[in-house]
Design a protein around this ligand. Structure first.
Ligand code: SAM
Length: 296
C-alpha cells in the first residue's frame, strides 16, 4: 500500500499542510520527522508482531503511522490537533488497521483506550516521536498508570532521554529517573540530529526503548514510593534525612532508625540512592506507618 504523498519531503509536507490550511504549531511541538532512515530505525526497534497493538501519540502527518501500518499489528493514533486529524484521515486512507482519534495524551487513560480499541489481552506497544513540551509530564502519567505497555520506543529531546536513563550519581538523576527505573528497564538506542525535522527544532533528540519491569512493591506501597521520591528531590543538595523530615514529621531520631534498617546513611544525598534502595526504604517506612497507625 502506498501513501500518495512523500511525507519525508519538506516540500510535499508543506504542500499537503497548506492544502488543509495548516501550519506547524510550535506550541504543540510540531516538528515533523523527514528522514526515512530514522523512521525505519524506530519501526525496526518496535518489533511489532502479528496480534499486537501499537499506540502512537502525536502521529502528526502520519509519517511513522503509515510505516507502522505497513507492518504487523493494529495501530491506534492519538492526535490533539483537529486539523491534523482531518489530514490523517486522507493520508492513512489506504490502511485498514489504523484508527486515528482526536484527544489529549495528557488526559488519556491508556488501559481504557487499549480495552476500547484492541481485542482483550492484546499486548500494546507505544511508539512515538513525542512533542517536547509534554514529554516529562506524559512520562509521569504513564508511570502513574504503571507503564501498561509491552514496550515503548520513544523519541525525546536528548536531555529528557538522558534524565530518564540516568543512573545514581549522574547529573540528570532525579525523580523521573528513579520512577523510570522502577517501572521499566531502559535502553538508549540512538541520537537524532535536529536536521531531520521540519521545521528544525533548537535541540537534538534521542530514541530510547523501555520495557516493563516486574513491580518491586505493592500498589499501596507504590503510592508512598512516589511521595518519598518526589519529596527527596524537591530540595536539591539536602541530605536524605532532612528531606524525609520535611515529609514525615516524626522526628529525626525515628527516621534515622528507619534509615539504618534500610542500611542507608542519614547523610546520604538522594541523588546517590538506587531504585532498589528507594524501594527498600519505602517498604520499611510503610510497615512502620502501619504498625504505628500513621498515615501520610
Ligand atoms: N509523529 C510525527 C512525526 O514524527 O513527524 C509528529 C511528531 S511531532 C514532534 C508531535 C505531535 O504530537 C504533533 O502532531 C502534535 O500535534 C501532537 N501533540 C501535541 N500535543 C499533544 C497531546 N497533548 N496529545 C496528543 N498529541 C499531541
Amino acid at each position: 500500500m502506498k501513501v500518495k504523498y512523500n511525507l519525508t519531503s519538506p516540500r510535499e509536507v508543506m504542500a499537503i499542510m497548506s492544502q488543509y490550511g495548516l501550519r506547524p504549531q510550535k506550541g504543540l511541538g510540531q516538528n515533523f520527522l523527514i528522514d526515512r532512515n530514522i523512521v525505519q530505525k524506530i519501526i525496526a526497534a518496535a518489533e511489532v508482531e502479528p496480534g499486537e497493538g501499537v499506540l502512537e501519540i502525536g502521529p502528526g502527518l502520519g509519517t511513522l503511522t503509515a510505516e507502522l501500518a505497513r507492518g504487523e499489528g493494529r495501530i491506534l493514533a492519538l492526535e490533539l490537533d483537529q486539523g491534523l486529524v482531518r489530514l490523517l484521515a486522507e493520508v492513512l486512507r489506504p490502511f485498514s488497521r489504523v484508527a486515528v482519534i482526536s484527544g489529549d495524551a495528557l488526559k488519556a487513560d491508556f488501559i481504557a483506550l487499549a480495552n476500547e480499541y484492541f481485542p482483550p489481552g492484546t499486548p500494546v506497544k507505544l511508539v512515538s516521536n513525542l512533542p517536547y513540551y509534554l514529554s516529562s509530564t506524559l512520562m509521569y502519567r504513564i508511570f502513574e498508570q504503571r507503564f501498561p505497555f509491552a514496550r515503548a520506543v520513544l523519541m525525546f529531546q536528548k536531555e529528557v532521554a538522558q534524565r530518564l536513563l540516568a543512573e545514581p550519581g549522574d547529573a540528570g538523576y532525579g525523580s523521573l529517573s528513579v520512577l523510570c527505573r522502577y517501572y521499566c528497564s531502559g535502553t538508549f538506542l540512538f541520537n537524532v540530529s535536529r536536521r531531520v525535522f521540519w521545521p528544525r527544532p533548537e535541540v537534538d533528540s534521542a530514541v530510547i526503548m523501555l520495557a516493563p519491569r516486574p513491580p518491586l512493591l505493592l500498589p499501596g506501597e507504590e503510592a508512598l514510593l512516589w511521595r518519598i521520591v518526589k519529596g527527596a528531590f524537591q530540595l536539591r543538595r539536602k541530605t536524605l534525612l532532612n528531606s524525609l523530615s520535611n515529609i514525615f514529621p516524626w522526628g529525626k531520631e525515628i527516621l534515622s532508625t528507619l534509615l539504618a534498617q534500610a542500611s542507608i546513611e542519614p547523610a546520604t544525598r538522594p541523588e546517590l540512592l538506587s531504585v532498589d534502595q528507594f524501594a527498600k526504604l519505602t517498604r520499611i517506612l510503610y510497615n512502620y506507618m502501619r504498625e504505628q497507625n500513621r498515615f501520610f
